[in-house]
Each structure stands twice: as structure tokens, then as C-alpha cells.
Design a protein. Sequence first.
Length: 253
Amino acid sequence: MPRGLGGNEAPDGAHEALVLGHATCEVCREITRKLEEDCLVGMMGPARKRLGLTRKDRRSPTSKILVRRPGDAEDDMTIEEMMNKHLIGGMVLPAYRSAQCFSNATEKDLGVDYKIIIARGAEFPEGVHSVGVSLNADAAIFARLLAKIALGVAVAKTGWDTFIPLVQGIILGTDSFYQRRVGGFCEEIPEPEKLPALHHIQMNTHDGLLVVEIQLFANHGGPRNYVAVGSLTKNYLTSKRVRSNRALLINLK
């Protein structure tokens, strides 16, 4: 889990954060760094700002806030020019349908829904009757982030020898057909239950595949998505590290 999404916090029931040291080479690290920045700053910037998840060692968000005063023209100002409480903590997260590996759908039939989440409302400055912020979502970029998180969790919890990974190309952007392995429950569960944890992650198996379910911003009703990380090997059932259906909860204090 990226540090900018609370990944530096220990999951519930653990004493330390789940971190894989030296997990990638420098070339891949640069790709995943840019991937995380596109999601965390570009898609989730306003919400992370209001939730206190922004990192001081990274560049400041550059989202524009639209402020309208009675009788005045609309004014754009940067987040840095507004107090934190005046920013709407909103974001739009992709909610995927069933991945192709679990369905007979063709690529053109695999759609994506979107869920608007208001993590924190805005408190209007004096004399202002409306405040807005521009929101955007990129389904392909978000799918790559989910695949990166899912692969890391699977390796940390089960080890490399329990499955054959199938999502490296999606993470690195060399495989553009992310919907083959990344899916969700937006048709079955359009309004997911709000959970106590900030994020909810759980591993399951289905049709010989290791599947990692990820619900980012679960405490705000974030969409339930999943990644078919890899094909199971015979070592999976005998691995002492595997804890079947055990959830990984990241709950910021």
C-alpha cells in the first residue's frame, strides 16, 4: 500500500506496516512511483488533503478550487491559497465489472462504473456560497495501482512460490488489457457497506487463481474491486504463510 494511502500504518492486529524491502529494480520503481503519483495526486488529491494522508516529502497537490461569491465572477485558486477546511474532500473511483478471466465477456463488453465519494465536506469562507473542485478518474491507471497493491500483498502474505504472477505487465503498463485480470462487484454491490477500516484487503482463491479483493476508502463506501494476481501452484495449500480468507485492514488511528 502506498504510504500516501496510509501504507506506513500497521494493519489491524499487526505491529508493523506491511512493507516489501527492495521489491523492485530502479527502472520498475520509477514506473510505479509515477503510477502512484498519478493516482494519489491526480485522482485522490482533494480527498487525501482533507483526510490528512498527504506526504510532506512529495510535491504539493495542484488541484484547482472553484470559488463563487454572489455577484462575482468565478475565481480559481490553488489548494495552497485556501485553508484546508475550505476544500471539498471529494474523489471519483472506478468500480469495475467482472474480469474477463471469470466471464465470457468480450473486451468491448467490459464496462466501468464510477463512484463519487465525499470524504469530507467543505466549510465555506465568509461571503462564499459555493465551493467546488475538479475531479477526474482514469480507469486504466487505477487498475494498475490496484494490481501493484494486490501483487505486493500476495507476495508478502503467501511468498513467491505459491503462485505464478500474471499482472506485471498491467502494473508496468505494457499490457493495456487490464480488464482481463482486474474486476469488481459494481453490478452486484453498487453501494458497498461502509466499514470501520480505511482500506479493506482480503485474499481468496477462485478457479485456480489467487484473487486479492481491495476496497480502498472502505470507511467511506469505496467500491469493491479485485485483482486475479496469479495462478496457484501446489505450494499454496502447503504454505505455512497462507491464512485463508484473512482480511488485511488498514485503519488509521
